[in-house]
Every structure is written in C-alpha cells, then in structure tokens.
Write a protein that binds this ligand. Structure first.
Ligand SMILES: Nc1ncnc2c1ncn2[C@@H]1O[C@H](COP(=O)(O)OP(=O)(O)OP(=O)(O)O)[C@@H](O)[C@H]1O
Ligand SMILES: [Mg+2]
Length: 310
C-alpha cells in the first residue's frame, strides 16, 4: 500500500475580483510507505496547495487523492495523519502542554499517555513547559516547534509537513532533521515541502520538483546527484605562460587564481591531462570532482523570470 497517492490532482482558484489562478495541474504522485519525500519548488509553485488538498482543507478542481488507501474526502484518512501547516497558529491563551493535551484528547489518547508524551516531546523540541509561557508569547521558531510537536504527538503513520524548517535556527534544523530520520527508521512516512536544498540532500529518500503547478521530476536523490558528475577541476601551480597558451590551444579555459591556474577537465580525459601537463616544474595542487549539486539540478527547472509564463 502506498502512503500518499494523487491522480490528476488539480486546483484552480477563482475569486470574484481576481483572475483565475491555476495552482496545480494534473498531479500524479506516489509516496511510498516508510520513506521521506521532499517536495521542492519555488514560491508559488503549488506545494501548499497540494498539501492542503491532501488534508482536505480545500477541494480539488480535478482528480483525487488518498492517504493510506483512503480518499482524503473521508475523515478516517486523517486518523493516522499528522500535519504541520505552513503558518502554524494556535490558541494564544494555551501553553504548549495544554495544546498537546487538547491534541491528545482529540486523538483519543489516555491522560497518563498524554502526560508522558507531552513531557518527552516538549523536552525533545526544547519547548517551555511552564504554565505561564502561553503560545501568544512564542517566537517564530517556537511556534514552528510547537507545530511540529502537535503534528507528531499522536504518533501518526503518515506525517505531512509544510516547510518544517521554516524559522528554525541551525540547531533547530539539525534537531528536526534528526527527528525526521528517526521517525522514518521507526517506519513512519514523511512528506514535506521545502526550499532548503541542503536539508533535502541530508534527509530525503526521494524528491519531487514542482514548478508552475506541474511536477517536473520525481525520483531518488541518488539518481540526481551521482549520475551528474562529469568533470574535474584541476589546480596547478608554477604554470608557465607557454603552458597556459598550450592549454588554450587544446581547447581548455585556464583561469588564474593567486598562485594557481585552474582548469576544468572532462572525467574521461583526466589521466591523459595529468600525464601531459604535470611535470617536474608544474605542481599538481588539487583535483576536485565537479559535482552537479541538487541546487544545479533544481535551478535547471526554475524559471528565473517569474513573469515569463504569464
Ligand atoms: N487562496 C488562494 N486564492 C487564490 N490564489 C491562491 C490561493 N492560494 C494560493 N494561490 C496561488 O496558487 C499558486 C500556488 O500557491 P501555493 O501556496 O500552493 O505555492 P507554494 O509552492 O506553497 O509557494 P511558497 O513556497 O511561497 O509557500 C500561487 O500562484 C498562489 O498565488
Ligand atoms: Mg507554501
């Protein structure tokens, strides 16, 4: 059974005074059980729209979606589901413990269990446990942390997080990343949206890239990163001007940085290059694989002019 599935899922927003916005176009997506799936896309790509459709907070214009085999239109699809919204906002007069107590009761947990879990989760996420610290006085990062706490409080099988790292400091991001990996290792499924590519590289099993409401790529990170390594950057020291000229004649584009000359060399030419250009006089300072990063891959899909498709 898949954790999340969408078929031809689409959403067009219509409002009286504004023109129609086609936010999502025929999304076919499958998130497997037990994986961490990162949903990447620039601002306005359709990530939150997709997530709100999965949570049945808005209705689709086309298509359908299911969670753990149940249509999202059935309330039972949310029994085993945790959700962190894009802008978490809870009753300001509650403290963190009271919010979790409310969430626990909604999910039918017993009071002993609620007490135990609250203590553990507040501690884990570094949230205040004092009664007088109510949510109205929480900072952005604390709001995010309490949002995460309520999303995972009932130990759901599927967890949907809309930008979980937003507003978190570096230790907070590390903490949440580690928590996501731990939950995955316990068999939970996590589907989250983000712009932070580093977090995706560290955490995700698979990714989807969405731009302008369309899924442009869906696959494993290994597919993206390992296949894309095609050249080395070679740094040489003590390169004579004749050698620079020879490099140029052979079609290379040597660039001088302080005492080094740097040259990009295709992967399959590296051995011949070193044989030819490194001798007693010329020192080989470094050879670094020019890895195609997730950022390069992502930017390949992103239209840098947001108005060009209007
Ligand atoms: N309630 C709404 N009414 C009209 N248009 C909307 C509404 N919500 C979103 N949109 C539009 O739908 C498109 C997708 O928005 P969405 O919030 O899904 O993007 P996103 O990928 O989550 O972006 P971000 O990274 O900024 O959070 C955008 O063009 C946005 O302006
Ligand atoms: Mg969003």
């Amino acid at each position: 059974m898949t954790a999340i599935q969408t078929r031809k899922l689409g959403k067009t927003y219509t409002a009286k005074l504004t023109r129609k916005v086609v936010a999502l176009k025929g999304l076919d997506l499958e998130v497997k059980r037990g994986e961490i799936f990162g949903f990447l896309g620039p601002n306005g790509a359709g990530k939150s729209t997709t997530i709100q459709l999965l949570m049945n907070l808005i209705r689709p214009t086309t298509g359908e979606a299911s969670v753990l085999g149940r249509p999202v239109t059935e309330a039972s699809s949310r029994r085993n589901l945790g959700y962190l919204p894009e802008n978490p906002n809870y009753y300001g007069y509650l403290n963190a413990r009271e919010l979790l107590e409310m969430v626990g009761k909604i999910h039918g947990l017993e009071s002993g269990e609620i007490r135990r879990r609250s203590k553990d989760i507040l501690e884990l996420l570094g949230l205040p446990s004092e009664k007088r610290r109510t949510i109205s006085g929480f900072s952005k990062g604390m709001m995010q942390r309490v949002g995460l706490a309520q999303a995972i409080f009932h130990d759901p099988e599927v967890i949907i997080l809309d930008e979980p790292m937003s507003g978190l400091d570096p230790p907070g991001r590390k903490l949440v990343g580690d928590l996501m990996l731990k939950l995955r290792d316990q068999g939970r499924t996590i589907f989250f949206s983000t712009h932070i590519l580093h977090d995706v590289e560290v955490i995700c099993d698979r990714i989807g890239i969405i731009t302008n409401g369309q899924l442009r790529f869906c696959g494993s990170l290994a597919e993206v990163i390992s296949e894309s390594f095609s050249s080395y950057e070679v740094a040489l020291r003590r390169v004579s001007s004749e050698q620079v000229k020879t490099l140029q004649d052979k079609g290379f584009s040597p660039k001088t940085f302080e005492d080094k000359v740097k040259v990009e060399v295709p992967k399959d030419e590296i051995a011949a290059f070193v044989d030819t250009f490194v001798d007693q006089d010329t020192e080989l300072a470094a050879i670094e694989p020019q890895r195609f990063t997730l950022e390069d891959f992502f930017m390949g899909f992103v239209d840098l002019d947001p108005h060009s498709s209007d």
